[in-house]
Design a protein around this ligand. Structure first.
Ligand code: HMG
Ligand code: MG
Length: 292
């Protein structure tokens, strides 16, 4: 389980979430048992103002041994900032759709890959993990449908760069279980299932079903956001990531050990929803709170 709330979840908030709230959120998440927390984003503050101060967040958090604190890095400038901030893993990001790549990082897919070459080389030299995120793997807000072959093409380029892990991201939450199966079937022909994750947003309410479909195919890494925080600044109308509480409830019900304390995560969901003045989007979180 990769908790992306502090980055993907908060990046779309209009009002600046104070640094101490972000730090508190990350500390509570590590205490609840998460071992991989997407904590920061070293992108241009002109593009994503909410992520300004990521260096301070990384400096202030309490680091638990064995926990990976990851950060988004769109280019070498971002990489150098992430290295200085002692990120354990950097996340490069492109998309299966040209139109989205242009809107999100102001370049073509090919140019983005060129930009990532020195990032990945530097990360390998410095001993950092590299994760690659492929947005719009199940649909694009500008282009519409995305074919599995388009995802395969970008996966292949990310593999050639030397990435350790690759996220299949449904940025706008439009994918269905049938599509999930087709995409993973196609990418498993070029690399083993263990390097892929599922990063599903829940706009159409399909995220849990998509996770279950991916799980049955052998995917073992899933991203989620506490209280279902989030939305994408370059995908109008898209809602947050699938709520962490809901995914934990699914996993624990299947007898899968996550090492994460659901009760604590429910409290964290309430803490962050209150802090940002938004309703808690986790069905499981709300149900368990109502029972108390
Ligand atoms: P650009 O304007 O083409 O870049 O943006 P540039 O190289 O021409 O630089 C322009 C200015 O930005 C310069 O400053 C640079 O110094 C500065 P100026 O001279 O004008 O004062 N700059 C930076 N500042 C801080 N950190 C940096 C950095 N790089 C340049 N790293 C760029 C290109 C990639 C920088 C920009 O488009 C950008 O930052 N985009 C980020 C967009 C973003 O963060 N989107 C959300 C994350 S992706 C996501 O959420 C999807 C995901 O969750 C998966 C899914 O669900 O799909 C991962
Ligand atoms: Mg996302």
């Amino acid at each position: 389980m990769v908790e992306v709330g502090p980055r993907d979840g908060l990046q779309n908030e209009k009002d600046f979430v104070p640094i101490d709230v972000k730090v508190d959120l990350i500390n509570r998440l590590s205490d609840a048992g998460f071992t991989n927390i997407e904590s920061a984003s070293f992108v241009s503050p002109k593009w994503i103002a909410q992520m300004a101060g990521s260096d301070e967040v990384m400096r202030e958090i309490k680091r638990l041994p064995g926990v990976i604190y990851s950060a988004l890095t769109p280019n070498l400038q971002g990489y150098e900032a992430a290295l200085a901030a002692k990120a354990n893993e950097v996340v490069i990001f492109s998309a299966a759709s040209e139109a989205f790549t242009q809107k999100n990082i102001n370049c073509s897919i090919h140019e983005s890959i060129q930009r990532f070459v020195p990032v990945v080389q530097s990360a390998k030299r410095d001993g950092l993990l590299v994760r690659a995120s492929i947005s719009c793997s199940l649909g694009c807000p500008y282009q519409g449908p995305v074919e599995p072959q388009q995802v395969v093409n970008v996966v292949q380029q990310m593999l050639d760069l030397g990435c350790d892990e690759i996220d299949i991201a449904d940025t706008i939450g439009v994918g269905t279980a049938g599509q999930v199966k087709r995409v993973y079937e196609a990418i498993f022909k070029v690399a083993p299932s263990k390097i892929f994750s599922g990063h599903f947003h829940d706009t159409y309410g399909q995220a849990l079903t998509n996770i279950y479909a991916a799980l049955e195919m052998g995917v073992a890494i899933f991203h989620s956001s506490v209280a279902g925080l989030g939305g994408c600044p370059y995908a109008k109308g898209a809602t947050g990531n699938v709520a962490t509480e809901d995914v934990l409830y699914l996993m624990h019900g299947l007898g899968i050990e996550t090492g994460i304390h659901l009760g604590e995560v429910v409290k964290i969901g309430e803490f962050i929803s209150t802090a940002i003045g938004k309703p808690n989007q986790s069905r499981v979180g709300k149900a368990l709170l109502n029972r108390q």
